[in-house]
Write a protein that binds this ligand. Structure first.
Ligand code: NAD
Length: 714
């Protein structure tokens, strides 16, 4: 019995290796696992068994992937990474060369290195367990499959499907895996043992193996046209590369390198192809180390924060069986959808039938989209939609364990709502506000039970954005915080506990950058230049496109709260007020910084130039100025948030901005990026901008101290 694999033998010379990584919930492939596997295979080979089954002792997991801790280390030590690649190749090649059949039995998650492992087995059998997922998600970490995946997968399931799985990183379930011929058989989990016996008997029988293998070889006419002739192949790869370019905007090189590698090796022998994969992977290690390093580091930070989102108490969370929801607008609709998705009955309260109808319509359309995308069967969507109900008074709110409030961003409206709620809801029921900017302290003034008020700041649109800022006011009870965190977990969101302050974390930091974009515009820098420089840094969209998406009325209101809270540095440029006053509210009103036709962005709005006629004449920005002003102002504000202990560490800030504002992951996070510049240079540049543009660029105490001591954020 090894450390990782337990060996069992039956009387018919069928051996099983049971993978059971000690002390972990999942199986993963580390250098030690590879060593042990190799030794056990070599020993077994001497015994001439009839067949070897590879199985897992973990519930719902076959192999989750390569051990990322080792990879994290390896990306900081290229020699180690190279050794790891060579080792994996050697073991999987040996596995493939064994003279007896090897059968992987997949009854759960099988990803990355796990999939590369099963590809080197002779046969693959999956169960109908809905937890089965087979895939190669390496591109999500800035790399591509480097243990034979780029060669064995396309050779098994065809170029088109193989490349697709590798460049998108998307896994498939058992049913799809069978359709793709990625597995040879899907068996019932309930009758797994019998089914396995039958499968092994079959492949050991005279014609059985040939039958299974010939099923695998069936190639469609489409595949033949696309893959078997060079013209078809070149068409196929051009299409893939174009798609990758559009999706990655050139920021993530791994999928393109993988597609190119597969194209180059398509006509080679498998052995030559495998050698080429090793070579290409090692080249990537030297040329593009920063991106995988950043992505793997972020992966671990995210896991760390998921485990502890900043909770300090040991209070037990309250179970949430029913929820009330005030306001069925943009946010309310999305929140009702995600609650009902998780089978929590939710009851809207609105001010009139029309608003209530809009809320229902919103939730309904979100379910329709899910049905259309085949994410959920219609019967289940119908049942979940039935969980959403509505009222114009507070009927039914007595039963709510929590009431989420998504009414207007107006302190008086919200306070009036809490007053009414406190008359109705149970004494132990919680109120969670979705305010974007107003402090819990101010909102809870006058409440009978201020300890029940907490902030749960979902981002727009709630069904897509993964972050929820959990805002703990001075008086918020530990139970409320724990309950909000548990609810986020249940909803599949990244909950992050943030100290109460105007604008909280993400909006406060983003406001500094967005204001700067507005100032540049007023100074006469063309809007197009501002948008494109910020997008070319990796932000998902330019600041003016984003403002139009959010709504310039909403943005103005939010930034005004922030402006008033942090004078004078958060003073808004005049354009934000003009946008609101002139009803240039963005996409929803057809006009904002851009003009829209039925929601589609057309061109810059000529009215902006007229509104800014008092601004200086057009000027070209200095090289790098846009990016620098946008980022430095955010870094400065983020450092202030650390000074004020709004969150405990730079990691929390980087994760919040990644999930709340789409900060480009390949950069590793705003403060990780700041470290690449260095505090000394940052302070120098801030001071230079301060002398040109004033106090808003004044470097904060933390940055100044870091510049002097040479400290970094990480
Ligand atoms: P919205 O204007 O789309 O919806 C607000 C809804 O609340 C309206 O349907 C209105 O009829 C209803 N309402 C007003 N007073 C009410 C009352 N007394 N009782 C019941 N319903 C009432 O606004 P929204 O964009 O959904 O914003 C809601 C909250 O979420 C605000 O606090 C906002 O700051 C916050 N928020 C908004 C966004 C965003 O991008 N829109 C993002 C994060 C947070």
């Amino acid at each position: 019995m090894g450390r990782f694999f337990e060996r069992t033998d039956d009387t018919g010379k069928i051996t099983t290796f049971w993978f059971d990584y000690p002390g972990e919930k999942v199986n993963k492939i580390s250098p030690d696992v590879l060593d042990e596997l190799e030794a056990m295979l070599k020993e077994l080979a001497l015994e001439n068994p009839k067949a070897l089954l590879i199985r897992s002792r973990k519930e719902d997991i076959f192999i989750a992937g390569a051990d990322l801790k080792t990879f994290q280390e390896a990306f900081h030590n290229i020699q180690l990474a190279e050794k790891l690649i060579d080792k994996g190749h050697a073991v999987f090649r040996y596995m493939e060369s064994l003279p007896f059949p090897t059968i992987a039995v997949i009854d759960g998650v099988c990803l990355g290195g796990g999939t590369e492992f099963i590809l080197s087995c002779t046969y693959r059998v999956a169960t109908d367990n809905p937890k089965v997922q087979i895939g190669l998600p390496e591109v999500n970490l800035g790399i591509f499959p480097g243990w034979g995946g780029t060669q064995r997968l396309p050779r098994l399931i065809g170029l088109e499907q193989g490349v697709m799985m590798i460049v998108t990183g998307k896994p498939v379930d058992s049913k799809k895996a069978l359709k793709l011929h990625l597995v040879d058989k899907v068996v019932s989990k309930e009758f797994l043992e019998d089914a396995l016996h039958a499968f092994v008997d079959k492949i050991l029988s005279k014609n059985g193996a040939e039958e299974v293998l010939s099923y695998r070889r069936t190639v469609s006419f489409r595949n033949f046209l696309l893959e078997k002739n060079p013209l078809g192949r070149s068409f196929l790869f051009n299409r893939f590369k174009k798609g990758i370019d559009e999706k990655t905007k050139g920021f993530y090189p791994a999928p393109l390198i993988a597609a190119d590698l597969i194209e180059r090796t398509a006509s080679m022998s498998k052995d030559e192809g495998l050698n080429e994969e090793v070579k290409t992977f090692k080249t990537l290690l030297h040329s593009h180390t920063e991106i995988p390093k950043n992505l793997i580091d972020l992966f671990f930070i995210q896991e760390e924060i998921k485990k502890n989102p900043g909770l300090t108490s040991k209070a037990a969370p309250m179970p949430i069986k029913k929820a009330g929801l005030i306001g069925a607008g943009t946010m309310g609709g999305g929140i009702a959808f995600i609650l009902s998705q998780k089978d929590i009955p939710v009851r809207f309260k609105e001010i009139n039938q029309e608003a209530l109808g809009k809320g229902y319509g919103h939730v309904f359309s979100l379910y329709q989209k899910e049905i259309k995308r085949k994410k959920i069967p219609k019967e289940i969507a119908d049942r979940k939609f039935q969980l959403v109900s509505g009222t114009l008074n507070y009927d039914g709110f007595k039963q709510a364990d929590i009431v989420l409030e998504a009414a207007l961003e107006n302190i008086d409206v919200k306070k009036q709502v809490y007053k009414e709620l406190e008359e109705i809801i149970r004494d132990d029921a919680l109120i969670a506000t979705n305010t974007s900017t107003i402090t819990i302290k101010n909102l809870s003034e006058g409440m009978k039970h201020p300890e029940r008020l907490i902030g749960m700041h979902f981002f727009n649109p709630p069904e897509k954005m993964p972050l929820v800022e959990i805002i703990q006011g001075e008086k918020t009870s530990p139970v409320a915080v724990e309950t909000a965190a548990a609810l986020c977990k249940k909803l599949g969101k990244m909950g992050l506990v943030v100290k109460d302050c105007p604008g909280f974390l993400v909006n406060r930091i983003f406001a500094a950058g967005a204001n700067e974009a507005g100032y540049l515009l007023e100074e006469g820098v063309p809007m197009h230049d501002i948008e494109s420089e910020i997008v070319s840094f990796g932000m998902p969209m330019g600041p003016f496109t984003l403002a139009d998406e959010v709504g310039n009325d909403v943005a103005y209101k939010a930034f005004t709260v922030i402006e008033n809270a942090y004078p004078p540095r958060m003073k808004q440029p005049i354009i934000t007020k003009l946008m609101d006053e002139n009803k240039l509210w963005g996409k929803k009103s057809g006009q904002g910084y851009f003009l829209y036709d039925n929601g589609t962005k057309k061109r810059e709005n000529p009215k902006i130039a007229l509104l800014l006629k008092g601004a200086k004449s057009r000027r070209s920005p200095k090289e790098g100025e846009i990016k620098e002003r946008f980022l430095l102002s955010m870094i400065n504000e983020a450092a202030r948030c650390l000074e004020e202990k709004i969150v405990p560490s730079p990691k929390h800030i980087d994760i919040a901005l990644l999930y709340g504002m789409g900060f480009p992951a390949f950069r590793g996070g705003l403060l990780k990026y700041a470290d690449t510049i260095g505090a000394k240079k940052i302070v120098e540049r801030l001071k230079s901008y301060e002398s040109e543009f004033g106090v808003r660029f004044n470097p904060c105490a933390l940055l100044t101290e870091m510049a002097e001591s040479g400290k970094t954020f990480y």
